[in-house]
Ligand binder design. Structure first.
Ligand code: PLP
Length: 465
């Protein structure tokens, strides 16, 4: 299987090479040259498989023999052995035909563990085989950093540097990163905001000459194909549990960078009968505006109670656009060129296809709090603010009550106590058992100026030789 760039102007890569990179040299994102398709009979035959067994079925066509089956299954098994719940992705019912898919049973309490536990083990395997060492560099507003650190902490061939905006992530989020004390893990608290952190990482990927001889940077944000791929699995897993492929299933996804819901779109293209795919956004609503009004324009960032969805631009949307424009890289290149000015419009055809595939809904903090309160009052089930956005988006845009609606729960409520308190809970939700001592653990972090040469010097000095 080859991987090509959405902008059509980069040399195709093998699976392993695509895992070891970031953006394509032409500025695009990598995507498989063709998607594997499963028949209804084949999908039906997977009913009852464990999460790990099913993951192998879904993932192996993308790897296409580059990793022996036995090794791939082992990587998958290890990746999900760190989850607290035997079902890996259990479901809870909160209404008529409405289900919460709990994707927060991994080590850092957010769905990003599904992709980053897997990516960490996959990188470890590929690097050992090649006898190669790499540097992971990433920016985080909270959840990505801790999940990436948990994924890479045990990898001898990786030095990982995570930049977060100093004093601008929650205490739980910061401590999940800074209490990991392995000597290949480096937390940089930068004097700046998340955008500054991200720009610094982008600049470093663009010119990697500051790295020691023979090292390269690997991306762990959702531009890394392996992350998207790992997320396809839980769409199949939950749909099978609810009777697919004999009956269709719908999904609602609290959306930021469009990675998670894009995996749902791929599941549908691969043969899973999905009726609706609902995009839930907070006040940072570029996707909702795009689908409803063809207004894909940058607006100033708004800090919300669902900070993991606070984005100005959804980077993975480009992967969808590639399909909407008939996989013509030159068109995407032009579109992205237009977007540099801050805004772009979709063609009529692309927009109408997008509207067939997706419905969308936006809600602000107040409505989010109301949803957390309402769901708790009717079911005693406590939603985190991101999940609440998905639940409300589903309730507002649902077309058919007879089709199960699966709302992806992307984080554990204990990660976002502020929103939960505002929704009327008298106490902060308890952290799961393995984290109850989080606030007693030793922290290690480095505060650095918002200065590229300072940050790069720090990386150079701390990469293990
Ligand atoms: C990252 C994240 C999201 C957004 O996911 P995307 O793939 O960026 O759309 C939603 N909720 C939580 C809790 C997250 O950490």
């Amino acid at each position: 299987m080859k991987y090509i760039s959405t902008r059509g102007d980069a040399t195709p890569l093998s699976f392993e090479d695509v895992v070891l990179t970031g953006l394509a040299p032409d500025g695009g994102l990598y995507i498989p040259e063709s998607l594997p398709k499963f028949s209804q009979e084949e999908i039906a035959s997977w009913a009852g498989l464990s999460y790990q067994e099913l993951a192998f079925k879904v993932i192996s066509p993308f790897v296409a023999g580059e990793i022996p089956d036995e090794d791939l299954q082992k990587i998958i098994n290890e990746s999900y052995s760190t989850f607290r719940h035997d079902a890996i992705a259990p479901m809870v019912q909160t209404g008529h035909n409405e289900w919460i898919l709990e994707l927060f049973q991994g080590p850092t309490l957010a769905f990003k563990d599904f992709a980053l536990q897997f990516l960490g083990n996959l990188l470890d395997y590929i690097l050992k085989k090649r006898d190669q060492k790499v540097v992971v560099m990433g920016a985080t507003s909270g959840d990505t950093g801790s999940a990436a650190i948990e994924g890479c902490r045990h990898c001898d061939n990786i030095d990982i540097f995570i930049l977060h905006p100093h004093n601008r992530v929650s205490d739980v989020q910061r401590r999940q990163m800074t209490t990991v004390l392995e000597d290949n893990v480096h937390n940089i608290a930068m004097e700046g905001n998340f955008d500054d952190c991200q720009n610094m990482v982008k600049a470093s990927f663009g010119d990697q000459s500051f790295l020691p001889e023979g090292r390269q940077l690997v991306a762990v944000n959702s531009i890394n194909w392996a992350r998207i791929m790992a997320q396809i699995v839980y769409y199949f897993y939950s749909a099978l549990a609810l009777g697919a492929p004999a009956r269709p299933v719908s999904f609602s996804v609290p959306t930021g960078n469009f990675g998670d819901i894009f995996a749902g779109y791929l599941a549908k293209q691969m043969g899973l009968p999905i009726d609706q795919l609902v995009i839930g956004t907070n006040a940072n609503d570029i996707l909702h505006r795009c689908i409803s009004d063809n207004d894909h324009s940058k607006k100033e960032l708004i800090h919300s109670l669902s900070p993991s969805m606070d984005i100005m631009v959804s980077s993975n949307f480009e992967r969808l656009l590639f399909d909407l424009y008939g996989r013509k890289g030159a068109d995407i290149k032009q579109l992205m060129e237009d977007f540099k000015s801050g805004s772009m419009s979709l063609s009529d055809e692309a927009l109408s296809t997008a509207r067939e595939l997706f419905t969308s809904y936006r809600l602000g903090d107040e409505e989010t709090i109301d949803v957390i309160r309402d769901v708790f009052e009717s079911t005693e089930y406590l939603l985190d603010p991101h999940t609440a956005i998905g639940v409300q988006a589903a309730r507002k845009t649902r077309r058919r009550q007879d089709i199960p609606m699966v709302c992806l729960s992307t984080a554990h409520p204990a990660k976002f106590p502020e929103a939960v308190r505002k929704a009327g809970q008298s106490e902060d939700p308890a952290l799961p058992h393995h984290m109850t001592d989080l606030f007693d653990r030793e922290e290690r972090l480095q505060v650095l100026d918002n200065d590229l040469s300072v940050v790069q010097q720090y990386v150079t000095d701390n990469v293990r030789t």
